[in-house]
Design a protein around this ligand. Structure first.
Ligand SMILES: [Mg+2]
Length: 193
């Protein structure tokens, strides 16, 4: 397949919560939610994996999250800090391909079709990115690999947390987005699904 493309979806794991746990050791290993207070009708912007065990998810009202987990540690978001860390991570990703499409503060699609000869296989690129994010930022990212953005995102979702998964062509039975033209990187259509 001459027109076969290789797309990586790099998605930080529990990004805001992971940054807070990294920067404050007393939060590590504990249920942490980043978000607004229950008094101000706030919602959870990110939950640590420890908090997710209680069923706490992004966009859940903080009041409900605190009901589910009374020992939940609520941290006010520091978006300036998240944007700074995000910028550093995006700069790292840009070392692997000029075709980086940032979809949010903590995720991006990389079209590495033209980078494979220089950087090796997509799996190798993905593992290297994960390793460097871990070493340089003490954070974990999950990477999904596929022939289009939809499949790559599906793969990263299944790889989470702290994993890598490649879904090869043919393993996707009936994806609604299986055409090679689906959501090309740079089209501005972040969410394919
Ligand atoms: Mg994420």
């Amino acid at each position: 397949m001459a027109n076969q493309r290789t797309i990586l979806h790099v998605d930080m794991d529990a990004f805001f919560a992971a940054v807070e746990q990294r920067d404050n050791p007393t939060l590590r290993g504990k249920p942490v939610a980043v978000g607004g207070s229950a008094e101000s009708r706030g919602v959870v912007a990110a939950a640590s994996y420890e908090a997710r065990r209680y069923g706490i998810r992004s966009a859940m009202p903080t009041a409900e999250a605190q009901q589910r987990c009374p020992q939940l540690i609520l941290v006010a978001p520091d978006h300036t800090k998240y944007r700074r860390v995000s910028g550093q991570i995006m700069a790292l990703l840009a070392e692997y391909t000029p075709l980086v499409e940032q979809v949010s503060v903590d995720e991006a699609f990389l079209d590495v079709t033209g980078s494979l000869r220089l950087h090796g296989s997509a799996t190798h690129i993905g593992q290297q990115i994960r390793q460097r994010i871990s070493q340089d930022f003490q954070l974990t990212a999950s990477v999904g690999i596929g022939s289009n953005k939809f499949v790559a995102k599906l793969a990263s979702e299944q790889a989470k947390p702290d994993g890598l998964l490649e879904i090869k062509l043919g393993e996707v039975a009936q994806s609604p987005c299986s055409a090679a033209s689906c959501c090309p990187v740079g089209s501005g259509r972040g969410d394919c699904g």
